[in-house]
Design a protein around this ligand. Sequence first.
Ligand code: PEP
Ligand code: MG
Length: 590
Amino acid sequence: MVDRLHKGEKILRGIPVSAGVCRGKLLVLDKQRQVVTRQDLSESEAGEEVNRLQRALVTTRHQILEVQHKLAENIGAEQASIFDAHLMVLEDPALIDEAVRVIQSEKVNAEFAFHAVSERYALALSKVDDEYLRERVSDMRDVTGRVINNLQGRTDEVDLRHLSEPCIIIAHDLTPSRTAQLDRQNVLGFATDVGSKTSHTAIMARSLRIPAVVGLKTASDELENGEYALLDGFNGVIILNPTDQTLFEYGQLIRKQVTLEEKLRDTISQPAVTLDNHRVLLSANIEQAADAASATASGAEGVGLFRTEYLFINRDSPPTEEEQYQSYRQVAAALKPHPVVIRTLDLGGDKFLSHLHVPTEMNPFLGWRAIRFCLQQRDVFGAQLRAILRASVEGNVKMMYPMISGLDELNQANALLAEFKAELRQQNVPFDDKLEVGVMIEIPSAALVADSLARRSRFFSIGTNDLIQYSLAVDRMNEKIAHLYEPTHPAILRLIKNTVDAAHAHKVWVSVCGEMAGDPVLAPLLIGLGVDELSAAPPLLAQVKYLIRRLKVTDTRQLAEFALTCESPTEILGRCQELAQRAAPSLFER
Ligand code: PEP
Ligand code: MG
């Protein structure tokens, strides 16, 4: 469909990450990234420049007061008080006097002077051995950005939570926290320059059912606000100025999808069982308590992965134990008697939280992430463990640790768990003492020592998203090397096989909760490798089940046997595609 272009159209190709087609006006974010350049001025110009800075400071102050006022009305005075620190920056005489002095003595433009002075302050603050002062660095930079926007006559950043009309968002990058904020009513779809299929932004798009394309490289530079385009999340393209012919062709594709969705809806209440009677457990991946409803509606037989870090995102302080308990309890009760696997905090990588003060790292995916962070942040981890334990009496709750690299980390985490259990016992707070604890297998070292981890775990959940990035040394966020991110690489399949064999030898259950599990081309291979459970975003479950019901487990085992002896990822992928297309051709009509 996207091979033939019609006159007047322009096509941009990227990576399809969330199915669906939409068309509409583009809203291009980050169009004018802030650039501060030095301009040399005459004596008289420098005088006027000081006035310009003062006007910008006044405007910024009004803007902040207005935001603060709105926030106090809508959310509460406590949240609004965070802007007090911003106002203090604007009123700091030392900072302002110094900026004025630079303008006058060096005869430079106001934005250059204010930026230079404020950066000097921020740098000095970041080195101070006082946590409160270090926290002021981001306030400083935030306010400076606003002042410079005003000096350059640019409007504030778009509020993605409240858009005035339906549009397709184009951005250089969208962080998972910004994606989580998208105004679902008005965002038709989105596209970014960077990213790949397993970046958390892509994962969010799939669970929010927003058509999305990433890895478009230069889209945010090439496209303009207000242009009209069609976004095709099946094939990973944006077509600018689509002709009537193109719109007609896409209309046909959409009709086919509607027919397919009707068929898929019928499978929701049916069991995930192959033609030769092999049962596969299908569970849902969720990001917040509110997703419990879509998990149940999708026919999931439980939650295989609750990514709890999203409870920590888009707020100014970590959620309290009580808030977490309420969320976990809500999901456990909604899914009861089905299991809910709560994953402890997997902060880091592409999921940053400003309030937990995680410093910027050279290699965040190899850094202070997930269980490594939790083992050193006893208060944060403890609040979460207590909340999970308390919720465990409300349903069928299980818990797992992310990013375990070996036995030591598992033992340390379990030791802390035992301490918090003892604390709850002492306080007479009820919890399920037999709460099952599992381990995510997403680091190659964990897959290789799966036998010793299996002796101390009740279940494994293979996180293929990270397992692939770490095994193949391919950053899961980087669109330039996305072609090297190969789930069918023999090394990955051997690691999965090793994990499954070690687990089954110790009667340990194995799930896969990475994106491979929700991909109808790859799910049969996982079943053939002996995986017991597949866990994926609710919108993906129906198609996986539809396929399972048209497959024979013997065929999936043959596929896995072939894959384990084949040396070529492409050939293995080809065989996977053949099997899936033969079993359920209508899933692949695009
Ligand atoms: C994974 O790594 O496969 C996984 C499920 O965890 P996340 O995508 O949240 O890193
Ligand atoms: Mg992971």
